[in-house]
Ligand binder design. Structure first.
Ligand SMILES: Cc1cc2nc3c(=O)[nH]c(=O)nc-3n(C[C@H](O)[C@H](O)[C@H](O)COP(=O)(O)OP(=O)(O)OC[C@H]3O[C@@H](n4cnc5c(N)ncnc54)[C@H](O)[C@@H]3O)c2cc1C
Length: 471
């Protein structure tokens, strides 16, 4: 360790509790990157594990005075390289700030620290008869801080919105160590600029979330499940369009044949692998109203050409199908090397996008398994190719960019929920117009003029990333 790194570590040691500063290179390896493949990561100087807002402020002040980059980190489950380390950085791990301070049923919110695991908050809310809606498939281990920083989505978004829709208030530590509380305790309120909207989804580049006031809703009754199989993907895409005109499902998910086969291979459960696509939808309206909504979903599927459609009367079967959907990515990633995309398109363009994905797979000679939150037009085409095959890797990377361009051409976006991170910066510049790009730069400059917060992430790549002094 260099002398100036040594001084930094001493200052951090003095400000933080015992065991909260890690410099062992063998241990730091685990904090270098998130779950994304194909995203660069540097070598951190140190990882810190604060327990309080004041300790986070002390870390930021130490970093700010030395111009040392800081990479905030939740569980590292991200899929865009957003939590990947920069060379010489401090990895600011929020995992030990994991208290749920209060749950206020009458006011409809919970107050939680950033390191709280998503499912833990859902469980705590459920104990009060309430729902914390955001439910990324990684909910068993991702943190609410990471969810806020990525504006994470999930299966419930189609009815209840993304994480942004669940955030009422935030406590944020800024790059220079100042702390601010934005938002409110009320469900309604329009005073001032929407600073919550600015911080949610900013991927750790504008401030560090140290506490959040998160909206809770009444727990819906057990859902009614509708399932439809299709002989071709385009019909499944058309069904999604039709469903969203007649219903507000609480979940609407798609899996293609490649994904169904991968899941069945990974955990045999009797899925129909002869279908080109499976749609699974749920209504969480109570009783008969749920059945009526599920039936309208099935009618829409039939009108779009479903080969089979049924209301699942069996809760176990419905759980099994949802379990299969949650296994989609883990099953595909076992097939070889992989690149996961996260495009979103207007729902009326899903069918043509699915056709485009098939065309790209054929042109680039790669396997692409597609699954996703179809009700939001959010698809995760996952490119799978053999390990240790440089030519296949080159084709996969080309296919990855083709998919992003496909989404943009359909009026969509390069990321529906995983964030820009490192992976999408180059192509983000094609999504944002020049004025929007300069507004992004202006906001970053206003909040973090020294560019120490998560450098090299989230912003459109127009110029070489700023260089940072090592500590
Ligand atoms: C199997 C699997 C399934 C997934 N399913 C979904 C899904 O359905 N929907 C979805 O949206 N995502 C999904 N993801 C992606 C990932 O889980 C989400 O992006 C999640 O929100 C990341 O949370 P995290 O705690 O792991 O954050 P990290 O990966 O540690 O960090 C993510 C970003 O947030 C920043 N950050 C973290 N904490 C803070 C903080 N307190 N303050 C400021 N910035 C912070 C980091 O710097 C980074 O930019 C999935 C991932 C996997 C591996």
């Amino acid at each position: 360790m260099r002398a100036n790194e040594d001084t930094l570590v001493r200052e951090l040691d003095a400000a933080l509790p015992d065991g909260a500063v890690m410099t062992d290179p063998d241990l730091l390896v685990s904090y270098r990157h998130d779950q994304a493949t194909g995203a660069n990561a540097g070598q951190p100087a140190v990882a810190v594990f604060p327990r309080t807002t004041e300790q986070v402020q002390a870390v930021m002040r130490a970093a700010h005075s030395r111009h040392v980059p800081v990479v905030p980190r939740g569980a590292g489950s991200g899929l865009s390289g957003g939590a990947n380390a920069s060379d010489g950085c401090i990895v600011l791990c929020l995992e030990r700030m994991d208290a749920v301070h209060e749950i206020r049923p009458a006011d409809g919110y919970a107050v939680a620290e950033p390191g709280v695991i998503n499912q833990r908050l859902r469980d705590d809310a459920r104990a009060h008869g309430l729902l914390y809606a955001p439910d990324p498939a990684s909910r068993d281990w991702c943190t609410v801080g990471g969810n806020i920083a990525t504006n994470a989505g999930g299966l419930c978004c189609v009815k209840y919105g993304s994480t942004r829709d669940a955030v009422l208030g935030l406590e944020i530590v800024l790059a220079d160590g100042r702390v601010t509380r934005v938002g409110r305790r009320t469900i309604k309120g329009v005073a001032g600029y929407d600073l919550i909207g600015l911080f949610v989804g900013s991927e750790g580049t504008l401030g560090v979330v140290t506490e959040a006031r998160l909206r809770l809703r009444p727990l819906p009754p057990p859902p009614t499940t509708a399932v439809a199989l299709f002989g071709d993907l385009v019909s499944a895409g058309r069904a999604v369009e039709k469903i969203m005109v007649v219903a507000t499902p609480s979940l609407l998910e798609l899996m293609d044949a490649t994904t169904l086969a991968a899941v069945e291979h990974f955990q045999p459960m009797g899925l129909d692998t002869s279908a080109a696509a499976l749609l699974i939808a749920q209504s969480d309206l109570p009783g008969r109203a749920g059945e009526v909504e599920a039936d309208s979903i099935l009618a829409a599927c039939d009108a779009a050409g479903a080969t089979e459609s049924y209301r699942s009367e069996d809760a176990e079967q419905a759980d099994m199908l949802l379990g299969a959907r949650r296994l989609a990515f883990p099953a595909l990633e076992r097939l070889g090397a992989w690149l996961l995309d996260d495009i979103a398109v207007p729902r009326s363009r899903i069918a043509e996008t699915i056709l485009g994905i098939e065309r790209i797979a054929a042109e680039r000679d790669v396997i692409i398994g597609t699954f996703g939150h179809a009700g939001d037009g959010n698809l995760h085409p996952t490119i799978v190719y053999p390990h240790d095959d440089p030519d296949a890797a080159r084709r996969a990377l080309a296919a990855f960019d083709d998919l992003l361009h496909l989404a943009l051409k359909a009026g969509g976006t390069v990321t529906g929920e995983h964030g820009v991170g490192v992976l999408k910066r180059r192509i983000l510049a094609e999504e944002l117009d020049p004025v929007a790009q300069s507004l992004h730069d202006a906001v970053k400059h206003a909040l973090d003029p020294a560019e120490i917060l998560n450098p090299g992430k989230a912003l459109p790549l127009r110029k070489p990333p700023a260089t940072h002094k090592n500590p």
